[in-house]
Design a protein. Structure first.
Length: 626
């Protein structure tokens, strides 16, 4: 469902993701990268020394000269015993150096890879938190989570393992190639004869593997989305006894992933032994030609003698080919994953933010709380108009109530004030500023919002009241809770204000969560208050308590209240009755009752007086979009 998403649109336009990744995130850490590469090269070169020393020692024992590539013979001692000790020192020193360089390489490569991963993750989150509400309306949670976790991990794996693995492989091939040529060019050609075949085989593998990796990634994404959805909907699954249905759905997605993984692995398992076989061919050829040279005489085209020690070194070194080459499939695997992951990362980063801070935005300071909706029209995305030419004014300190049938556009109206979305036409002004001209932070910090459902972060009750005013003292938190009629129930918990609320606040009742949300607003003390059916989800007794605290909260600040229970907004300065995105009636409670319109009918319904309803009542209150 989320597969064909806004992500795909921007992902498709990401150009050269890996280059961009290096330019944007690699650059500040190039020092670590360079150190890692150099240490890696040195470690590889040091590890080539023991077979060469072994070869030289064997030569000496056969009465031939003890020589090492790149080491001038004049520096070497001539006696057998000093040469023995020198060999021991060389071999010991080579292992020591390999160890030290491998350590340096490990530290540097990880600093680089994890540094990039950390920066990418934080930037992705920062970008995500600035994205428009409409992005979240499309429910991209699973996809966004997987970018923040598994995609950044893929990048880390590639930068840490594969990139340095590739460097190591290159260093190994280069180092072995050079050493072999220095030792014996003829035999070196024989040993390296299979290298072009290996390259062709690798190319073939990469071409075949690419679509298989893509298929696997896609089924992995689908499975994640499925799991995300199934876990989020566990309550519905249980209440409708649909566990087996959900399991079947997960089984289907998991089976697809299994099959795609197996097709990929079948190719991969074919490649790895294939490379090992080619490395074996290289070894056998070296053995064949070198052995022939030693036992029979110079092979066609070769001149001179082959020393036994040189032959031993060759055999050891040509064996070294196999392991790093077999790693190529891992490197390709991780490269493909990282490429797709950086596409996803930059796909997210490239999503444009519509509702953003204006350039040179004004700070809304000391708002008085005058709010004007001036001929406001709004539609979500490109769909039909939800608010249609609405105008009204709320003077500082006034309460404006919005009532009307479900789907009429009441919540949408208030979301426009918070700039969760921008108006399509007209403007919303606070203290004579078009809200699009002031900074988002200063606008929102002047508005307190209590919705139908309250989200609480996992943490303590005090943390949740303090959310948004993080420096508030314990005393201020308690006072706010008292004003929100929450102090009493909070203190009845054994841990009081330090009680942990559980994920999303599940350990508290709806009414308790709502009172915590109100306490949060009281503490914040905003000039504007938005109450979107703040009491709809609670019982009558709690509603009474909440209403009491809301009444005192709204007494001296501009308040917008949406209510289905009309008794809660009876005292509002102005009541706007909305139908199909338009304000069809306006006035205070008395005026609206006397007009005998929809408001008066709704009031009759709530008073239980169904007899007096006009015939068209039902058709007016039924949401046509349902
Ligand atoms: N995020 C959204 N994306 C697209 N359309 C939306 C979105 N939210 C609401 N709508 C549509 O906008 C219209 C107005 O919805 P809104 O929530 O503002 O109505 P409401 O009057 O507050 O309803 P209720 O009283 O049921 O909360 C509805 O037709 C709804 O389907």
């Amino acid at each position: 469902m989320t597969d064909e998403s806004v992500f795909d649109r921007y992902r498709a336009d990401v150009d050269q993701p890996m280059r961009r990744l290096f330019a944007a995130y690699g650059e500040p850490r190039y020092g670590w990268f360079a150190l890692g590469v150099i240490a890696n090269l040195l470690a590889q070169f040091a590890s080539l020394a023991p077979p060469l020393v072994l070869g030289a020692a064997v030569n000496r024992l056969n009465g031939q000269t003890y020589s090492l590539p790149l080491v001038p013979g004049s520096l070497l001692p001539s006696g057998q015993e000093p040469l023995f000790w020198l060999s021991v020192a060389f071999i010991g020193g080579a292992f020591l150096l390999t160890g030290v360089f491998t350590y340096v390489y490990g530290v540097a490569a990880n600093e680089f890879a994890h540094g990039v991963m950390h920066a990418v993750r934080v930037d992705c989150f920062e970008k995500m938190s600035r994205l428009d509400m409409s992005f979240f309306d499309d429910k991209q949670t699973g996809e966004t989570m997987s970018i923040l976790s598994s995609d950044t991990e893929n990048l880390e794996m590639f930068l840490d393992n594969a990139l340095t693995g590739a460097v190591r492989l290159g260093a190994m091939l280069l180092g072995i190639g050079i050493v072999l040529f220095l030792e014996n060019p003829y035999l070196a050609v024989v040993t390296l004869l299979v290298a072009p075949v290996m390259a062709a085989f690798t190319y073939w593998f990469m071409k075949r593997a690419e679509p298989l990796y893509a298929a696997r990634r896609s089924s992995m994404g689908k499975l994640n989305t499925r799991l995300e959805n199934s876990i989020a909907g566990i309550e519905l699954t249980k209440t409708t006894a649909s566990e087996s249905y959900e399991t079947e759905r997960v089984r289907g997605s998991s089976k697809q992933l299994f099959e795609d993984t197996m097709s990929m692995l079948r190719l991969s398992y074919f490649y790895r032994p294939g490379m090992e076989l080619l490395a074996g061919v290289s070894f056998s050829l070296t053995f064949l030609v070198g052995g022939y040279w030693l036992f029979v005489g110079a092979p066609p085209g070769a001149t001179g003698q082959l020393q036994v020690g040189t032959f031993v070194s060759f055999l050891f070194l040509s064996q070294r080919f196999a392991t790093p080459l077999a790693e190529v499939s891992n490197i390709i695997d991780q490269y493909e994953n990282a490429k797709a992951s950086s596409e996803r990362v930059f796909g997210l980063m490239d999503i444009p933010v519509e509702v953003d801070d204006p350039e040179d935005g004004t700070e809304l300071t000391d708002a008085e709380g005058n709010v004007v909706y001036d001929d406001v029209t709004f539609a979500y995305d490109d769909s039909e108009t939800v608010i249609d030419g609405v105008s009204f004014e709320a003077k500082p300190g006034e309460t404006v109530a919005l009532v009307g049938p479900t789907g009429a556009g009441k919540s949408t109206m208030l979301k426009l004030l918070l700039r969760m979305y921008d108006v399509t036409d007209g403007e919303v002004r606070v203290d004579d500023h078009d809200i699009r001209d002031v900074t988002l932070e200063s606008l929102r910090s002047h508005v307190g919002y209590v919705g139908q459902e309250t989200f609480l972060f996992d943490g303590t009750i005090a943390d949740n009241i303090r959310y948004g005013d993080f420096d508030a003292s314990d005393r201020q938190v308690r006072e706010a809770a008292r004003a929100a009629e929450a102090d009493e129930f909070i203190r009845s918990f054994p841990d009081g204000y330090d009680t942990r609320v559980g994920e999303r606040g599940v350990k508290l009742s709806g009414g308790q969560r709502q009172r915590i949300a109100i306490a949060r607003v009281v503490l914040h003390d905003p000039e504007l208050l938005v109450l979107d059916e703040a009491t709809s989800a609670v019982d009558t007794e709690t509603e009474y308590l909440i209403q009491k605290s809301l009444d005192s909260l709204s007494a001296d600040r501009t308040t917008f209240a949406i209510a289905h229970r009309l008794s809660t907004v009876k005292g509002a300065d102005e009541i706007l009755v909305m139908e199909d995105g338009e304000v069809t009636e306006r006035g205070d409670h008395g005026t609206l009752l006397s007009e005998g319109g929809l408001y008066a009918d709704l009031w009759s319904v709530q008073a239980g007086d169904l007899e007096s309803l006009p015939e068209d009542f039902e058709s007016r209150v039924i949401d046509e979009s349902d």
